[in-house]
Ligand binder design. Structure first.
Ligand code: ADP
Length: 258
């Protein structure tokens, strides 16, 4: 049996295929999100790589920001539920999830049995999201995947005080023209994201541990370290963090057929 989970995010589409033993058969990420051809292209790649087509899929669940416009799935489920479902499979026992995606950040509180208790979301502002980091990486003329390693080379964190992405971008440009080392600017950017996201997480009331991070920004270990410092806790990250929504959707799909 084959279950398909699709997460059509704001910036990227993720596809996960699992079998009846809940083993991941394949995962495909495509850096195009809602309102684009991202879903079709990610699916075409997954189908081609595994020599399958729609008729091979027993059930499909779609999630993410762009889920409502995708017509080919059997069901759509919110990304909040999918991240909770995924985390209780990937990192069982997790009580708090911090999910930072391309356009929003969310904090989820889970019950001891892994079900969703409560969540808080920031979707009104790019600060504290992947978009903020994408903008800064562009200004620094570096790839988003290099920010974590640059942060590790920092000796002194440069202060980025503006919470607004546009003003923070001007601050970064001014630090660059003052000759501040790039790793120190990157560390400052990560601290700014951590301050913003920790404010969101604290609104959950208590922060129950273990805490795990999901979403593409969890691939940036500089942000993870800065958040650990800001919150004074340890954060677990699975290598499948960016596929969490899609894997959760695939797990829901498999529940329907097994
Ligand atoms: P969405 O579901 O909203 O599209 P994702 O959870 O896929 O968002 O996360 C997208 C964000 O993850 C990007 O905006 C980017 O900042 C970050 N990201 C993606 N790939 C990497 C990477 N290799 N290293 C660090 N950050 C990454």
């Amino acid at each position: 049996m084959l279950a398909l989970g699709i997460d059509i995010g704001s910036t990227a589409t993720k596809v996960v295929l699992i079998n009846e033993r809940k083993e991941i058969i394949d995962r495909v990420g495509f850096s195009l999100g809602a309102g684009t051809s991202g879903a079709d292209r990610a699916l075409a790649e997954a189908f081609e790589r595994n020599d399958i087509d729609w008729s091979s899929i027993d059930h499909c669940v779609v999630t993410g920001y762009g889920r409502q416009r995708f017509q080919k799935a059997n069901k759509e489920i919110s990304e909040i539920s999918c991240h909770a479902k995924c985390m209780s499979y990937l990192l069982p026992g997790t009580r708090t999830i911090i999910d930072i995606g391309g356009q929003d950040a969310k904090a989820l509180k889970l019950r001891p049995d892994g079900t969703l208790d409560n969540f808080i979301m920031n979707e009104k502002c790019a600060a504290g999201t992947g978009r903020f980091l994408d903008v800064m990486a562009r200004v620094l003329d570096t790839d988003i995947s290099k920010l974590g390693d640059l942060d590790k080379q920092s000796n002194c964190v440069v202060e980025i005080s503006s919470t607004c992405t546009v003003f923070a971008e001007s601050e970064v440009i001014s630090h660059l023209s003052n000759g501040e080392p790039i790793p120190d600017i990157v560390a400052g950017i990560h601290c700014s994201v951590a301050r913003r996201v920790s404010g969101l997480v604290k609104r959950l009331g208590s922060i129950d541990e273990p805490v795990a991070m999901s979403g593409g920004v969890a691939l940036n270990n500089g942000v993870v370290r800065a958040l650990e410092k800001e919150l004074g806790i340890m954060i677990n990250v699975s290598e499948d963090c960016q596929f969490c929504g899609a894997l959760g959707a695939a797990l829901y799909a498999m529940e329907k057929i097994s």
